[in-house]
Design a protein. Structure first.
Ligand code: 6R9
Length: 647
């Protein structure tokens, strides 16, 4: 396709001037009207081992959903993120690592990154890892987490990173679901001065009878303490000590899977979303460059965790494909105190910071401490992701952290979308606080009502996306039917996001939050169904209903209604034990904030729990409970209101 002439400009790595709004509009229009030409041009930002022969072949109709980008093309993500930068830029810094404890940091050049990735890839090979095998990565925020991802990509093994805050139970479920052959972990992780027992969690997960697929566990020695290894476990440094620093990059089809990432939905267990190679990397690198107006040489800090999609796309793959210097921070921005964030910015001369509203609110809670003892003069752009940013947090981020001289880039997207979808482009888009502004190139958002009728102009409805884009997830691992049912069945021939959204009369989009049973707690996605199933697994609980309620720092808090098994004595200690149960069973991020015992839940005559009512009660909003006449026993609601927990 390279010989074809087209009018769409290829946006290259070294583009130094942001587009004007007029250019954005023109290019956006072209990206929608002639997607093949647009994405052909952008596809050329990568190095292909075999050129692609088709650009876009996609179908969104239920029963027949198929998403195929850059067919015929072969490439390797690891060589696009590393090798192609080596001839001219081997000594430039790829990763700056800032440790949890202040004053410890490390610069890793592209050459070092290459050597470390190749060594581990060779180590994995020696353990029998082949193209297509699944490798679970359960790591702290250390460079080795990125090495592990890139080493898998180099061999064509499919990684599945599990956030280091997840419990043994959650790890085991994910290992089983993706049938992982190898687990890569660390002795411990360090966050906010505390150490977490990662290896011990993996040991507990692997001890479960139903986990039979794992052949080896590789353990990175982060803490330098002696720790006995079990059978089928090997230290990372032993595995790699004699490995060569070169390793051929496996030619991968554009549609070969790159990774599986589990995320919560409104029903059932977390889904393993599958992202593939070519389209994902084109989208990750193009969005990273355009949205943040990234210029070579700048220091870019995405303060997410590699366990989430933001860490995949905007700490590792997007920035490294663009030869950026990406900062990886092991700790939390409030440790040892709120000044840490400014100190990191000054010490490493950070130009772009990308974080979540929940972190901003946590900093804001300590007044202006975050701005003390640092200048933050290098900062140019401040990004936000994960949840709607409320105006107070927006202004505080802008005025205090950014000293009113940075742009605030509020990016809306999802694990499923692979990269940012509705977002300003730095230097291009006129901002409105709290709005994610306009769609990225190739993205066709629309608002629909409950019946699927498209709503025009200034309006509010459910957010759908009308056509495919290269970064989107292709399927749910092992369950394409569930993929179609979850995203392509609510409305015909479109992707349903699960979010509500408003559009104002200037065409700006304002995300209002989830319209399904997914909670967003401190920017972490949690399904109410998952928490409920953990609760009812407790021997004293008969039934449970979980809803979100507005929380000043977390965005949403977790409010739990539970009915005890008859004969149970409800005590403070039992309530505490239940909180601990969920914490251990799922993850500390799923710990209930409020637990209300009740003798009954509001149910329809057909037995469905009416969460709508429980949500209102949890939000202290009793005035409009809506129609309760369909309830089997309306008096249950009065009792729940009487016994509600005060916040
Ligand atoms: C990238 C990421 C996705 C859900 C999404 C939405 C919420 C993300 C947002 C936002 C408002 C933003 N969300 N960014 N809401 N404004 N800028 O967060 O992925 O963990 O899958 O969460 O997060 O509700 O549907 P993920």
């Amino acid at each position: 396709m390279t010989s074809k002439s087209y009018s769409i400009p290829k946006i290259n790595h070294n583009q130094s001037n942001p587009l004007t709004m007029e250019q954005y509009k023109e290019l956006y229009k072209a990206s929608i009207e002639t997607p093949d030409e647009f994405w052909d041009a952008q596809g050329q930002r990568l190095d292909w081992m075999t050129p692609y022969t088709k650009v876009k072949q996609t179908r969104f109709n239920k029963g027949n959903v198929n998403i195929d980008w850059y067919a015929g093309g072969k490439l390797n993500v690891s060589s696009n993120c590393i090798d192609r930068h080596l001839s001219q830029h081997a000594d430039e810094t790829a990763i700056i690592w800032e440790a949890d404890s202040p004053g410890h940091s490390q610069h890793i050049s592209y050459q070092q990154l290459h050597d470390e990735v190749c060594k581990l890839a060779n180590g994995l090979k020696s353990l029998g890892v082949n193209k297509g095998d699944r490798v679970v990565i359960y790591m702290p925020m250390v460079p080795e987490a990125a090495y592990a991802m890139l080493a898998c990509a180099r061999l064509g093994a499919i990684h599945s990173v599990i956030f280091a805050g997840f419990s043994p139970h959650a790890i085991a479920d994910r290992i089983i679901d993706c049938e992982a052959k190898i687990v890569i972990t660390s002795d411990i992780s360090k966050r906010g001065g505390k150490s977490l027992p990662l290896k011990a969690n993996v040991d507990e997960a692997l001890a479960r009878d139903d986990v039979t697929c794992v052949e080896q566990t590789i353990i990175f020695n982060h803490d330098d303490v002696e720790m006995p290894l079990l059978d089928k476990q090997i230290w990372w440094h032993k595995l790699t000590e004699n490995c060569a620093v070169t390793c051929p990059a496996e030619p991968m089809d554009a549609e070969d899977p790159l990774f599986i990432l589990y995320t919560s939905g409104s029903t059932g267990q977390p889904k393993g979303l599958v992202h593939t190679t070519g389209g994902y990397l084109v989208y990750a690198s193009l969005t990273h460059q355009m949205i943040f107006d990234y210029k070579p040489g700048e220091v870019y800090w995405c303060a997410a965790d590699v366990g989430w999609v933001t860490g995949h796309t905007y700490i590792v793959y997007g920035p490294l494909a663009n030869r950026a210097t990406t900062l990886m921070f092991e700790g939390v921005p409030t440790y040892p105190d709120e000044r840490r964030i400014g100190q990191i910015i000054d010490n490493h001369k950070v130009n772009i910071l990308y974080t979540a509203p929940t972190a901003i609110r946590a900093l804001m809670a300590k007044g202006n401490l975050a701005a003390q003892d640092s200048h933050r003069d290098t900062l140019r752009i401040l990004g936000s992701v994960g949840e709607p940013i409320n105006p107070e947090a927006w202004h505080w981020y802008n005025d205090v952290v950014g000293k009113s001289k940075c742009e605030i880039i509020d990016t809306w997207w999802q694990t499923e979308t692979g990269g940012a979808m509705i977002t300003p482009l730095a230097g291009t888009t006129k901002l409105k606080p709290g709005s994610a502004t306009f769609p990225f190139f190739g993205i066709q958002p629309a608002l629909v009502d409950a019946e699927g009728n498209e709503l025009e102009g200034e309006n509010e409805g459910n957010l759908i996306i009308k056509d495919s884009w290269p970064g989107q997830a292709r399927t749910i691992y092992g369950d394409h039917k569930r993929f179609e049912e979850t995203y392509f069945s609510a409305y015909e021939n479109v992707y349903f996001t699960g979010d509500g959204c408003k559009r104002d009369n200037d065409g700006y989009y304002w995300i209002t939050g989830r319209v399904d049973d997914v909670l967003n707690v401190s920017g972490h996605r949690l399904g109410t169904a998952e928490i409920e199933s953990s609760l009812v697994a407790h021997e004293k609980i008969a039934e449970a209903a979980v809803v979100g309620y507005p929380h000043d720092i977390k965005g949403q808090g977790i409010y739990v209604y539970i009915t005890p098994i008859s004969g149970t004595e409800v005590t403070e200690d039992l309530t505490k034990a239940i909180r601990e149960w969920v914490r251990h069973d799922l993850s500390p991020i799923a710990t209930p904030d409020m637990i209300q015992w009740t003798n009954g839940l509001p149910k329809t005559r057909s037995g469905k729990i009416m969460r709508r009512i429980l949500r209102k009660i949890a939000a202290n909003d009793y005035a409009q409970l809506g129609d309760t006449s369909t309830l089997a026993d309306p008096s249950v609601v009065d009792t729940i209101i009487e016994n509600r927990l005060n916040r």
